[in-house]
Write a protein that binds this ligand. Structure first.
Ligand SMILES: [Zn+2]
Ligand SMILES: [Zn+2]
Length: 277
């Protein structure tokens, strides 16, 4: 089974299986892992990176995804490629001469997942090939909200509302949830104005609305020094959700519920601004 993921921003690890260069590793960023690994293996003439060109075949071994934006993923990629230059990774010791490049890259990754800001992102680590699967060291386990998955993965395009404007203007397809003037924020109980930044509970049976800042504060009750929550409990249905999944719902990942959203682009950066990050 192939897992399909919407709004996909991933950072992957390639492993070189060419006996001449065996053991080499390469880190890259992609929105489409399947297309990207094909490009690497076809070489630089077909969009593959120069460093991997002609040294294939490469296996895409692992991918980290769930970044709120391409910029967040690109920063992660850079730090993973250059741990010795990243001010956040000063504590990670350099590659030992006895250590394989691949194992070193995994050790850097394990450290990154425990380091701010990455340890607070709603990431998933996905092993794409069973034969490379390696356990993270006991003392470097990822935080509990970062699951480790296994199996192939495929990015899926999110249909924007503008895409179906032409064939459908009467709104028959729109979900029954509609914005009502009398909606109140579940946290502060104030009326929600049409230009307020709001989020909805991810559970379809609940879907309660809150101001984005109110819900963030609610989720951060037990860690007031942080700016962006990791996870929390819905004030209405008591369902547990990851902050990143709430933002992903707002961005249109849960398309069947979210067709009413018109502004589904760049929200990740908007909410970060609103929370003064
Ligand atoms: Zn509020
Ligand atoms: Zn709820």
């Amino acid at each position: 089974m192939v897992l399909e993921v919407e709004n996909f921003y991933g950072v992957y690890l390639l492993y070189c299986t060419n006996p001449k260069y065996k053991g080499r590793a390469y880190i890259g960023y992609t929105v489409d892992p399947r297309r990207r690994v094909t490009q690497h293996n076809k070489g630089s003439k077909f969009g593959g990176a120069r460093r991997t060109s002609g040294k294939g075949p490469w296996d895409m071994v692992l991918i980290v995804y769930g970044f709120p934006s391409d910029i967040a993923a690109l920063r992660f990629e850079w730090a993973w490629q250059h741990p010795q230059k990243s001010r956040r990774l000063k504590h990670v010791t350099g590659k030992k001469s006895s250590e394989k490049a691949f194992n070193y890259r995994l050790r850097v990754l394990a450290n990154m997942l425990q380091t701010t800001p990455w340890r607070r992102l709603p990431l998933t680590v996905q092993w794409l090939k069973q034969e490379y699967r390696t356990d993270f060291p006991v003392d470097l386990q990822p935080p509990s909200h970062i699951p480790i998955g296994y199996g192939q993965i495929k990015s899926k395009k999110v249909k924007k509302q503008s895409d179906n404007n032409e064939e459908d203007t009467d709104g028959d397809d729109l979900p029954s949830i509609s914005f009502s003037q009398s909606s109140r924020c579940e946290v502060c109980v104030k009326k929600i104005k049409s230009d307020d930044m709001t989020v909805e509970c991810i559970y379809p049976h609940c879907g309660v609305m809150s101001h984005i800042v109110c819900l963030a504060k609610h989720f951060l009750q037990n860690e007031p020094s942080e700016l962006i929550p990791v996870e929390g409990i819905c004030p209405r249905c008591k369902g547990s959700s990851r902050w990143g999944d709430i933002i992903r719902k707002k961005q249109g990942c849960y398309t069947d519920l979210m067709k009413e959203m018109t502004e589904n682009e760049n929200l990740a950066s908007h909410w970060a601004e609103e929370l003064h990050v």
